[in-house]
Design a protein around this ligand. Sequence first.
Ligand code: COA
Ligand code: AMP
Length: 632
Amino acid sequence: MASTQPYQQHYRQFSDNPEQFWREQADLIQWYRKPQTILSKDNNDYYRWYSDGELNTSYLCLDYHIEQGRGKQAAIIYDSPVTDSQYTLTYEELRDQVATLAGGLRQLGVEKGDRVVIYMPMVPEAAVAMLACARLGAVHSVVFGGFAPHELAVRIDDAKPKVLITASCGIEVDKVIAYKPMVDQAIAEAGHKPEHTVLLQRQQCQAEMQTPRDIDWHQLMANAQPADPVAVSGSDPLYILYTSGTTGKPKGVVRDNGGHAVAMRYSMKTVYDVQAGDTYWAASDVGWVVGHSYIVYAPLLTGCTTILFEGKPVRTPDAGAFWRVCAEHNVKVMFTAPTAFRAVRKEDPQGLLLQGQDLSSLERIYLAGERLDPSTYNWLSKHTGLPILDHWWQTETAWAIAGNPAGLELLEPKAGSATVPMPGYQVRILDEIGEPLPANNRGLIAIELPLPPGTLATIWGNHQRFEAGYLKQFPGYYVTGDEGYKDDDGYLYVMGRADDVINVAGHRLSTGEMEEIVGAHKAVAECAVIGVADELKGQMPMGLVVLKDGQDIDPAALSEQLRQDVRSRIGGISCYRTTLVVDRLPKTRSGKILRRTMRQIADGRDYQVPSTIDDPAILDEIKQQLAAASGA
Ligand code: COA
Ligand code: AMP
């Protein structure tokens, strides 16, 4: 095993004096005014980093690099197999587009602190829109293009944007998905109405415009004066990103400017070991945190070339797409979700499409978003011969909580482990009453406060929800919602969620939200939605429903109706397909449904009959019904 010295030394520098450590890391970025106060408390009595520093994130991503002589370097390579097109934006070109759009948004009344919702496909304009908001000190909230209108409406009502930026369509392999009707439907449903919609017309689909609300992107740009970056304070918000919790209402994770910029730069150095000039590719979507952090902000803050890929790991046109992009653009580091490589492996088990591609520039592959199962890890290691590095993080943190610190030293990976805590995170495994557990004991994964820079500052408009959901259970800790253990070498194994959040094809979804939809069906008396293990997508949702007395609806018809209900309310990414009608649901004596035990039964895992169960016989019934359904 490689010496653990450099990592341990660096980690000790952090843990001995976190404030001093993050004071030094603040020098990674060019502040307008350097922060004097490194760590402080805000009005919510929660920690804030660098609150008296001044900066602008768009300046740091663009103008700063141009000042350093990187103006002609590629900032974004747009590679779109679904439209059969490719082009590059240099740092200068990107800065010009961003400054002009920022000027246009200002004409529409957008100022520092105003919110802008961005609902865009994977086109460079999505990044331009994010950076234009950052330039003005406005707060963007990107909503993943796969979400249905209702989900967009919920986010509009919560963020209350002045402007919504969208495009006429997205493209899913060969399907053109018109966005404008969905945007119109969402705005009609929302109580809050954005004053304007800025729309990028794409060749594949012309959207109908409603004047004076809707404004054409190119017209806005043609009439706008470029805007200079506006100085914001370190603790001013850069963005809100909604993520699934255990209830139907998504949580608006608030990210500040200062801590975020420092953490992004620090992670590029320590976790990914890339420098200015390197090409870095996160094959994800700008609507997810991976897209925010590692398609847009971290690579641009570092002066890298980032790739914006509008395609899929398979079918665009085949399972060789990832290797083609890496070879063609000299990618040094690539990052995606394990499910993407499971899809590749399924279509190309022998790795034939990898052969003949020049992958000499590719040094490492990083995976996150869900557990990296050992078989995907082994397949990738065998066929690429490269270090395959799992790392674990969440929308809430924006960067790795645990990973392999390649920039310090490459530790020996262990299959199934996300490796070790990153400097900044004091990771603890706790039992149900909050007592630390010894090595090799599985428990709740918590992080000692304060969390490092870059992590969430609050939940938008609802600090109580932040406290109740993450901080109250064990005072002094942030509770991650994940379970796992550390081995004797301090390696962390993240085994899955302790709550009702599920992960489907790398997409984080709330079973609580699906239960609200399923439970609203007129035939359903009560229901539980659980995440069941799936070979390709990691997990798939399954509904177990008890019918109201006297309902004799055909189970197949019910299943289809519920599939459509969930799809039309959340979107296709919910992947809700299976409903099982059961006689009763297992509960505790206090009436809490035992979802976790059902999940274990459905996955064929060992389970303990909870001591609080009301009627243990129901578990056997469920087991038989699940077995009958999977055999059917
Ligand atoms: N806009 C509209 N619809 C979308 C969409 C988007 N941006 N993204 C997905 N969908 C639709 C899909 O077209 C599909 O529709 P269908 O049911 O009509 O076929 C449905 O939602 C389910 O999508 P998905 O679960 O993604 O399945 P898939 O078969 O299309 O692709 C994978 C499977 C594994 C290839 C794909 O999910 C993937 O690449 N995952 C990686 C996810 C990722 O990057 N996560 C971020 C963390 S790193
Ligand atoms: P998201 O907020 O969408 O990034 O999802 C975060 C959740 O995904 C985490 O809380 C974990 O449950 C899961 N997750 C992300 N990365 C990993 C990983 N490397 N190993 C195990 N689970 C992961």
